[in-house]
Design a protein around this ligand. Structure first.
Ligand code: AMP
Ligand code: GLY
Length: 421
């Protein structure tokens, strides 16, 4: 079987690596891929952009690709799933319309309010003055969010009115832009991701991302500085509550509205100290770096699962996990999450660092077997251990060795779970 993975980050490297392990898969292509996928045995990069529907389609038809899996939201927003489905190609991911759950915060917040899915109280605006009146008349802190895709940079947590006014001015700068202003929620976050064919649901293991740049969860928001899996305090009872109050009603409502959802569905949840849950956001794909913590623990055949889903056959399927925990630490380039320094050679890169540690490439290109940094998040070290602490130590050991000028990373990924141990 031939598999095509769309995207170019660490998530896609982890997907390509995992799909290649399936006994059914003979070849994995990644469009456009990165240095990690270029150097991964049995995986081949194709120089086609993730949002270039026309060339992706031509390639998939010419190569008789059996299954395509979409990594990034930009490809979903460009409608790649609609294009492939119209040509009878099996593709795992939601249609452009269903992906609005992620691509438009106004859509997803309105959808949640209509369906009674728990989420922070909000209002949406395209008028600066009305937004400012709302900010002035509601208690702080407030969260101001751009409605459209902003690569993790569209959310501002405002402690003061001045910050809220600034955020409103910045995010409503462009013509036709929209924002959502919502109540600030207290608690601990968890990423809850499921696979679905629209009707049947296979929940994946839980994970927790660390969005802030600096240790102790300080500094600006990023796309994610590291993750671990599983999250020990998510009990089977809480999982059932998430499924019954968020995942099942969401899929049922989409089905009813003639927008069936096939793909990974990721609910970013805030769980308050008294166990109340709220959806912070939906993503219509796997998380990055959650994927790099999840897939090393996944024992089941991911090809078989995705393929079954594209044929509406996910019923009675389940997933088996390595009982060990995984910690993934993102190694970043100077400047990230702002404009990052690129073009540096990476020293001591090794794709495999023993059985329990794997390096995934997020933002680097290969130049004659040498890795050259090409993005803000460059590498992700994922390690398995009996405890979060053990996995963290193993990952840190490799995070130290792989090197380039200006590299930085958080040494406390998983700190909440380590404290509980
Ligand atoms: P989002 O893209 O909506 O998930 O927001 C990015 C991050 O901002 C989340 O992972 C949270 O850490 C934080 N955040 C978003 N909305 C809220 C909220 N209503 N209350 C507290 N933190 C929030
Ligand atoms: N790690 C958060 C995300 O993928 O959106």
């Amino acid at each position: 079987m031939k598999v095509l993975i769309i995207g170019q980050g660490g998530r896609e490297h982890a997907l390509a690596w995992k799909f290649k392990q399936s006994p059914e898969v003979t070849q994995v292509f990644v469009a456009p891929g990165n240095a990690g996928t270029a150097l991964e045995p049995g995986v081949e990069n194709m120089a086609i952009a993730a949002t270039d529907n026309e060339h992706l389609l031509q390639f998939a038809l010419a190569q008789k690709i059996d299954l395509t899996v979409v990594g990034p939201e930009a490809a979903l927003a460009a409608g790649i799933v609609d294009v492939f489905q119209a040509h009878g190609l099996a593709i795992f991911g939601p249609t452009q319309k269903a992906a609005q759950l992620e691509t438009s915060k106004v859509f997803s917040k309105t959808f949640m309010a209509e369906q009674g899915i728990p989420t922070a109280t909000f209002e949406s605006f395209n008028d600066k003055n009305k937004a400012k009146i709302y900010a002035r008349t509601h208690p702080l802190p407030l969260v101001v969010k751009a409605s459209g895709l902003m690569a993790g940079k569209g959310v501002v947590i405002c402690e003061t009115l001045t910050e809220a006014i600034d955020a409103i001015n910045t995010l409503l700068e462009c013509k036709d832009s929209e924002i959502v202003i919502e109540t600030f929620l207290q608690g601990e976050e968890v990423s809850f991701i499921v696979m679905t064919d629209g009707q049947h649901i296979v929940p994946l293991a839980t994970s927790q991302d660390h969005k802030r740049r600096d240790e102790g969860d300080l500094g600006p928001n990023t796309g994610g500085m590291g993750a671990y899996s599983p999250v020990p305090w998510v009990t089977p009872e809480l999982e059932e509550k998430i499924l019954s109050s968020v995942i099942r009603p969401t899929l049922a409502a989409l089905q009813k509205e003639n927008t069936p959802y096939c793909g990974f569905l990721y609910a970013g949840l805030m769980i308050s100290p008294n166990g109340e849950l709220n959806v912070l956001e939906f993503n219509c794909r796997l998380g990055d770096p959650e994927t790099q913590a999840l897939l090393p623990r996944l024992k089941s055949d991911l090809f078989a699962l995705c393929s079954a889903a594209t044929h509406s056959q996910l019923q009675n399927k389940s997933v088996e996990w390595d009982q060990r925990v995984a910690v993934s630490i993102m190694l970043c380039a100077e400047g990230y999450p702002g404009p990052a320094k690129t073009g540096d050679s990476v020293n001591n890169y090794a794709p495999y660092c023993g059985e329990d540690v794997k390096l995934f490439v997020s933002g680097a290109i290969a130049l004659e077997e040498q890795l050259i940094t090409s993005g803000g998040r460059v590498l992700c070290v994922s390690a398995l251990g009996q405890t979060v602490h053990e996995a963290q130590i193993k990952a840190l050991c490799w995070a130290e060795q792989v090197d380039w000028p200006g590299k930085f990373y958080r040494k406390d990924i998983g700190w909440r779970a380590v404290a509980r141990e």
